[in-house]
Write a protein that binds this ligand. Structure first.
Ligand code: ASP
Ligand code: MG
Length: 441
């Protein structure tokens, strides 16, 4: 048994849906459990529909646009017009209510967003049935994905695996399951955070203890760098769970940040495949690889803000970090890279907008916090990277005259990162890729 997950771009239009259906059909003998996202861009579209409705703006034409995109696919696939009747009715009723009451809670937003996946599973399942494959659309919450009530970023509750197992065991049809969504104990629909279909795929895979979880994308798996920046970037054949988790943490955005965890815990291999290149065998993420240490990939995380928080008194023993941390915590600012000196701390945060807002509205914050500029973190990632002799020297040398604001102290075994001016990030990525993977690819 395997899990096959397809994202929104893979089912963006009727041709792509046909392609996905044929990929699933060709793996039928492996007894696939299919998890899919909504069609490309639908989640963003539903969010803006909700926002328009709640602020009293025109929203009906936006609803029609979203509905028409689905109807166009239905017509091209020659499915019955009434297929999405229930979901469309719910969309209209829900947005009408939001517009009337001018309230748009996170709970309502989750319900609204869930419609994307609830529509796509019906389309794919119906199309497969029409073409002689026994498939059945499944709402993940009806097959057991039980979550807490943290709307917008919910997590699964104990018992979920057991429930999924009960629902899917012995099912003869191919289940086409909604990614991204779940349900809390009170029966309200929740979502698992943006990009959450990967997480659903791994949850289902772990629950069913499948042989492999396949995540189908539109690129050749996980690469040595972003190919848009580094055309010579290569696909990575195998990587460890830790390397993948580190890559996501450092900005790779291949998978949902929590996505891999259920697979890691259950020790189930995850393969990143390409719907547009079916001959490609994929990047295999597993517990172990042969190499004892290596550089696997260069990744970067942009949109970070560097800020300073001076120490209050001129302390002889140095800066009181715990005080600073609790103060930042109180102000609601999380940070990641931090450098401490007697005069205070300099740190990076991904919450730049919140920081600016805080400084604008809060006297204490305005007095204590100073924004220094936009920065990026560029990281060299790989198994036991800190054991590679002289690696930090190579990084510094490769970056040449690009100013490094901070260099991490090697706390992680899987990565070494530098913080630099955001404008220099792409160039730094290319230089580091040249250094570790050569100019010829
Ligand atoms: N449709 C959801 C999103 O856009 C979930 C996913 O694509 O994984 O975030
Ligand atoms: Mg995704």
């Amino acid at each position: 048994m395997i899990v096959m997950k397809f994202g929104g771009s893979s089912i963006a239009d009727s041709e792509r849906i046909k392609n996905v259906a044929s990929i699933i059909a060709s793996e039928k003998w492996k007894r696939p459990l299919v998890v899919i996202s909504g069609i490309r861009g639908i989640t963003d579209e539903l969010i803006s529909i909700g926002r328009s409705a709640s602020s009293g703006k025109e929203y009906i034409s936006l609803c029609n646009k979203a509905i028409n995109r689905h109807m166009e696919i239905i017509r091209r696939l020659e499915l019955k017009d009434s297929l999405l009747e229930d979901e469309i009715r719910l969309l209209m009723a829900l947005t009408k209510e939001i517009s009337k009451n001018r309230t748009f809670s996170r709970k309502k937003l989750d319900l609204l967003m869930s419609l994307g996946e609830r529509m796509s599973v019906k389309i794919l399942a119906e199309y497969m049935n029409r073409n002689g494959h026994d498939a059945i659309p499944c709402n993940s919450y009806e097959i057991g994905v039980l979550t807490d009530s943290n709307f917008g970023n919910a997590d699964i509750l104990p018992g979920t695996y057991e429930r999924i197992r009960k629902s899917l065991k012995g099912m003869d049809s191919i289940p086409i399951i909604t990614g991204f969504i779940g349900m809390d104990r009170k029966g309200s629909i929740t979502t698992l955070g943006r990009g959450g279909s990967d997480y659903t795929a791994c949850i289902v895979g772990a629950a069913m203890n499948v042989d492999e979880i396949q995540i189908w994308t539109n690129v050749n798996g996980i690469m040595t760098a972003d190919p848009k920046l580094v055309p010579l970037a290569k696909s990575i054949t195998e990587l460890t769970f830790d390397e993948e988790a580190e890559l996501e943490f450092l900005g790779a955005e291949t998978l949902h940040p929590r996505g891999i965890h259920p697979a890691m815990e259950g020790n189930i291999n995850v393969r990143i495949m390409n719907t547009l290149n079916r001959r490609y065998r994929g990047s295999l993420i597993r517990k172990e690889i042969k190499a004892s240490k290596r550089v696997a990939s260069i990744t970067s995380k942009k949109g970070m803000v560097l800020f300073k928080m001076p120490s209050e008194e001129n302390m002889r023993e140095g800066f009181n970090l715990s005080l600073a941390i609790s103060k930042l915590g109180r102000l609601g600012i999380s940070f990641d890279f931090v450098s401490i000196s007697r005069s205070g701390i300099v740190a990076t945060t991904t919450k730049g907008e919140e920081l600016a807002e805080l400084i604008g509205n809060d006297e204490e914050a305005a007095e204590k916090l100073k924004v220094l500029g936009k920065v990026a973190k560029v990281s060299v990632v790989g198994k036991n990277i800190s054991d590679i002799k002289g690696i930090d020297r190579r990084i510094m040398k490769a970056l040449g005259n690009i100013g490094i604001i901070m260099l991490d102290s090697g706390v992680s075994r899987e990565s070494l990162s530098v913080v630099l001016d955001e404008k220099a990030a792409d160039r730094a990525t290319v230089l580091l890729h040249n250094e570790f993977f050569g100019r010829s690819g």
